[in-house]
Design a protein. Sequence first.
Length: 113
Amino acid sequence: MSLAKREEEVFLPGSGEPLRLSRRSPSLKLLQRARDEAHALRSPYSRKRRAQRTITSELLRIPGIGPARRRLLLERFGSTRRVRTATPAEIAALPGFSNKLADRHPRRLHQRA
């Protein structure tokens, strides 16, 4: 079942025609509250996942950076913005990062900025 937001019509599975309830109907008010609550819970979750995908894909585009190194970078620096501003020496100090990889890393992030 779904509730169209603009006209507040109720759509039921298998039915081609929407059910139109009175604007003052307690049933419609209940459906509206359920829909609004579902959206309120879903929106922050969606934003968080979208932000994580952006961070993940940006860091993973760099050759030699996999999930473990990405996790280390984010744990140490907190965000891709801070990773971008990190010096190669700061990155090379992390376990699993060579000087060569540390030199390559900020340049690749700056190219995407």
